[in-house]
Design a binder for this molecule. Structure first.
Ligand SMILES: Nc1ncnc2c1ncn2[C@@H]1O[C@H](COP(=O)(O)OP(=O)(O)OP(=O)(O)O)[C@@H](O)[C@H]1O
Length: 330
């Protein structure tokens, strides 16, 4: 556990901070497909929250709705007490955004682009939050000082991503949305980025980021949200989620040539039931195949998450939501 997590929980015990982000019954439909089916969560001021979920779960969609870039199908959403669908320029200036792919301005030089964006934020400066951030300092913070004069098109993927992060930070945002910010980062850049996020949180900046990296989520997040099957199926601190799965085990077996995995808090009972059910059906049962390769092991957070993802990807998202909610959700 980092000191960041410790101090956040101590503060929260004394006075709950105001919500920066409120999402209630958010729904999003693309044509016939309903991607978000009633998403509920809140993010308090100064919290770092990681949104996890398998590919296509709707993480980017959710973040884009919060940023005001995408109009939701239904539900109530506020960010800094405004509905993002109607947020004006002064609201937008209080937000920082790092999108997943951003490929404009390739002929600009790094310092030139940041300086240009910085000027946009100057009218929105307040005594509590001077805007913009100092561009030279920011270049150093994100490790781009020696590339200040480079043209953006000549940056490597990881350097480009560092610039994306700098663009998100230049306006000294009160809330920062980051969509897979460390994709393409080398380990050093990743660690530096984690330090930046910890500093932001210390300055009461609210951070919502998506990632596929559970290790990163565990290091950064005060709270983890897991989105699957169109809903938030787990919401808790990394420690709380780990504690909840610490008592669970994973039962794996092969039947009819297929691998099965089930998470349970009662591995013995589950295995007994599994074998009994099977022997009742007998060799000529409708299942028709023996259980082989039976294995029981204690599940980690990653195991539990992967079980949910596998079930989800097999097309049985209702079961995935149910299974993971039973085991993990608070
Ligand atoms: N503009 C769009 N029109 C139609 N379908 C879309 C659109 N944008 C996203 N989708 C679909 O909505 C679903 C959710 O996409 P989204 O990008 O929000 O998921 P994600 O959780 O961010 O995925 P990943 O982890 O792969 O980035 C996907 O099935 C995607 O194909």
């Amino acid at each position: 556990m980092t000191s960041r997590h410790a101090s956040a929980s101590t503060d929260a015990e004394h006075s709950p901070p105001p919500a920066t982000v409120r999402v209630h019954n958010l729904r999003m439909r693309y044509g016939e497909t309903e991607v978000l089916r009633g998403v509920d969560f809140r993010v308090d001021r100064g919290e770092v929250v990681c949104l996890l979920g398998p590919n296509g779960a709707g993480k980017t969609t959710t973040v884009e709705v919060l940023e005001g870039f995408r109009r939701r199908s239904a539900g109530t959403v506020t960010v800094l007490d405004e509905d993002p669908a109607h947020g004006g320029e002064s609201w937008r200036a209080r937000l920082g955004v790092v999108v997943q792919s951003w490929r404009d301005h390739s002929l600009w030089r790094v310092r030139e682009l940041l300086g240009h964006l910085a000027r946009y934020y100057a009218p929105y400066s307040t005594p509590q939050r001077p805007r913009p951030r100092d561009v030279e300092e920011l270049l150093t913070t994100v490790g781009l000082a020696e590339y200040a004069q480079a043209r953006i098109k000549n940056l490597s993927g990881g350097q480009r991503r560092r610039l994306d992060v700098a663009v998100g930070l230049v306006g000294s945002p009160e809330v920062l949305f980051l969509d897979e910010p460390t994709a393409g980062f080398d380990p050093q850049a990743r660690r530096e980025f984690h330090d930046v996020v910890h500093e932001l949180a210390d300055q009461s900046t609210t951070v919502l980021l998506t990632t596929h990296d559970l290790d990163e989520a565990e290091k950064l997040a005060d709270r983890i949200l897991v989105l699957a099957g169109g809903r938030i199926i787990a919401d808790g601190s990394p420690e709380a989620l780990k504690l909840r799965v610490a008592g669970t085990s994973e039962v794996r077996w092969i039947q009819g040539g297929r691998q099965f995995v089930h998470s349970t808090t009662d591995a013995t009972g589950y295995v007994r039931e599994l074998l009994c059910q099977h022997s009742q059906h007998g060799q000529h049962s409708q299942h028709g195949a023996d259980i082989e390769g039976l294995e029981v092991r204690r599940a980690s957070l990653e195991d539990a998450y992967m079980t949910m993802v596998r079930t989800h990807e097999s097309g049985d998202s209702e079961t995935a939501v149910r299974a993971f909610t039973e085991e993990v959700a608070p």
